[in-house]
Ligand binder design. Structure first.
Ligand SMILES: NC(=O)c1ccc[n+]([C@@H]2O[C@H](COP(=O)([O-])OP(=O)(O)OC[C@H]3O[C@@H](n4cnc5c(N)ncnc54)[C@H](OP(=O)(O)O)[C@@H]3O)[C@@H](O)[C@H]2O)c1
Length: 266
C-alpha cells in the first residue's frame, strides 16, 4: 500500500491531503503534520494519521509531499534528510523553488518531483504540472504520481523549463478569471441585480461556458459567434470588447507575469 505523507497541511497541503484521502480511501495510507494541530483535525476525521513532526512523516511515508512556505522549505528538507532514501519520492509544491535547490537541500537522497498546482485544487478542480526531469524516477512512480494528482484535477507532465510559463498562465490564471468575473458581477449589480444574484449567476456562467469549451471541439471563436445573432445585443457587447482589445490585454497580462517570473528566478 502506498503511504502518502504531507509536511505542512495548510491551504494547499491540507486540500491535497483531504482530496486524496477522500479518493483513495482504503487503497492508500495517509499521514501529515502541521505546526497548528487544529489544521490536522479535519484531516484526522478522514483517516489521516497526524504525526508529531516532519521527520516522522518522512519516516512513515513513501511519497512525501512538501507543502510549507518557500522560506520554510530548506529548513524542513534538512530536518527530514536522515529519513530520505532512494525508494521514497519527494514531491514539492513549493512555488518558485527549483529542483536543483530541492535536491541540494534534501542531500540528493531520493528522487525529487516539482509539482505546481493552482488554487482550484482547493475545491478538487485544480490544474497540476508535474516535473519528471529527475532521471532516477521509475516509470512505475511516474504513473502512480499521475494517477494520484490526476484524481484532483487535470495533471500534465512538463519539463522544469516550462514551469515559469505554466505559473504565469495557469498558476496565476485564477486571478485573471476572478478579475473578469468581478467585472461581470459589477455589471450585473449596475443593471439592478443583487450582489448575491449577480455572483451566483456569473459563477454558473463561467462553469457552464468552461464545460462547453471542454466538451465541444469547435473553435472558441465559433462558440462565441454562435451567441452573436446578426444585429443583436451580444454582438454590440462583443464589438465593445474587441475595440478595447481584450484578447491582446489577456496575452500581454500573461507575458508580463512570465517576465516577472523570470526576473524572480534570477
Ligand atoms: N495556496 C496556494 O494557492 C498555492 C498554490 C501553488 C503553490 N503553493 C505552495 O504551497 C506551499 C504552501 O502554501 P499554503 O498556501 O498552503 O501555505 P500555508 O497555508 O501557510 O500552509 C503551510 C503550513 O505548513 C506549516 N508548517 C511550516 N513549517 C512546518 C514544519 N516544519 N512542520 C509542520 N508544519 C509546518 C505552516 O505552519 P505555520 O503557519 O505555523 O508556519 C502552515 O500551517 C507554498 O510553498 C506555496 O508556494 C500554494
Amino acid at each position: 500500500m502506498t503511504r502518502i505523507g504531507c509536511i505542512g497541511c495548510g491551504n494547499m497541503g491540507g486540500a491535497i491531503l483531504a482530496g486524496l484521502a477522500d479518493r483513495f480511501d482504503g487503497t492508500h495510507a495517509f499521514c501529515g503534520c502541521d505546526r497548528a494541530p487544529e489544521r490536522m483535525r479535519p484531516l484526522e476525521e478522514k483517516g489521516v494519521v497526524a504525526m508529531a513532526n516532519a521527520l516522522d512523516v518522512a519516516k512513515d511515508a513513501s511519497l512525501i509531499v512538501l507543502a510549507v512556505k518557500p522560506y520554510q522549505a530548506v529548513g524542513v528538507l534538512k530536518e527530514i534528510r536522515p529519513a530520505l532514501a532512494p525508494d521514497k519520492v519527494l514531491v514539492s509544491v513549493v512555488a518558485g523553488m527549483s529542483r536543483e535547490t530541492l535536491c541540494e537541500a534534501s542531500g540528493g537522497k531520493c528522487p525529487v518531483v516539482r509539482c505546481m498546482p493552482n488554487t482550484p485544487a482547493l475545491v478538487g478542480e485544480g490544474v497540476f504540472a508535474l516535473c519528471f526531469d529527475d532521471a532516477s524516477l521509475s516509470s512505475g512512480i511516474k504513473s502512480e504520481l499521475l494517477a494520484v494528482f490526476g484524481s484532483l484535477g487535470l495533471c500534465l507532465t512538463l519539463p522544469e523549463s516550462q514551469f515559469i510559463a505554466f505559473s504565469a498562465l495557469i498558476g496565476a490564471g485564477p486571478a485573471y478569471v476572478f478579475e473578469m468575473m468581478q467585472g461581470l458581477v459589477q455589471a450585473g449589480v449596475t443593471l439592478g441585480f443583487t450582489h448575491q444574484q449577480s455572483r451566483q449567476m456569473i459563477a454558473a456562467l463561467f462553469a457552464g461556458s468552461a464545460r462547453m469549451a471542454k466538451q465541444i471541439a469547435a473553435p472558441l471563436m465559433q462558440l462565441r459567434d454562435d451567441v452573436c445573432s446578426p444585429g443583436g445585443l451580444t454582438i454590440a457587447g462583443v464589438n465593445h470588447l474587441d475595440r478595447a482589445g481584450l484578447i491582446g490585454i489577456l496575452v500581454d497580462a500573461v507575458l508580463a507575469s512570465e517576465a516577472r517570473g523570470r526576473e524572480m528566478e534570477q
